[in-house]
Design a protein around this ligand. Structure first.
Ligand SMILES: [Zn+2]
Length: 165
């Protein structure tokens, strides 16, 4: 059974904690619409640390695979999820320009009850291509769907086509 983990992100960073585990792709809610099949797992390592200026940060490293739906043929497209992001933890109301502009580092609000799944989900969604597709020419033909399944209806389909011309 998959158990969700929550961390106090600020405490996590200040004490240099680390948490690692695996999340089944099927447990990542906002990913489901993009998937052909909800198979696979995403391995994660979340590490808290303070940078040289003493700012609390989280490093999220993901390594796994998901089966996206190809936007051309709608078949499964194996997509490796491999990324490392560093997130600056920002405390209430402190999300000002200076922290946002800081060398394209992402900021998230510090949270005493940060959901690890939500954190991983956000990083995956940000990394996915807008319209995933197989490389050109490698799509499989769509199974079913384009052909009449009942043979007796074919003549009507042909007639309909003739009338339009
Ligand atoms: Zn395809």
């Amino acid at each position: 059974m998959f158990a969700r983990h929550f961390i106090d992100s600020l405490d996590f960073a200040r004490n240099g904690r680390e948490l690692r585990g695996e999340i089944p792709v099927s447990e990542i809610p906002r990913l489901q619409d993009m998937l052909a099949v909800a198979e696979g797992k995403i391995g994660y390592v979340v590490r808290g640390f303070q940078d040289k200026d003493g700012k609390p940060k989280l490093e999220v490293a993901l390594d796994g695979m998901c089966q996206l739906r190809c936007q051309r043929c709608l078949n499964a497209l194996a997509y490796p999820v491999k990324l490392v992001s560093r997130l600056l933890l920002v405390q209430g109301g402190e999300l000002d320009e200076s922290s946002v502009e800081q060398d394209d580092l992402d900021s998230i609000p510090a949270d005493g009850h940060q959901d690890i799944v939500a954190l991983v989900e956000e990083e995956i969604l940000l990394s996915l291509p807008f319209a995933p597709k197989h490389p050109a020419g490698t799509c499989q033909p769509v199974a079913g769907g384009l052909e009449w399944s009942e043979p007796e209806r074919k003549p009507f389909a042909a007639l309909a086509g003739l009338k339009i011309e």
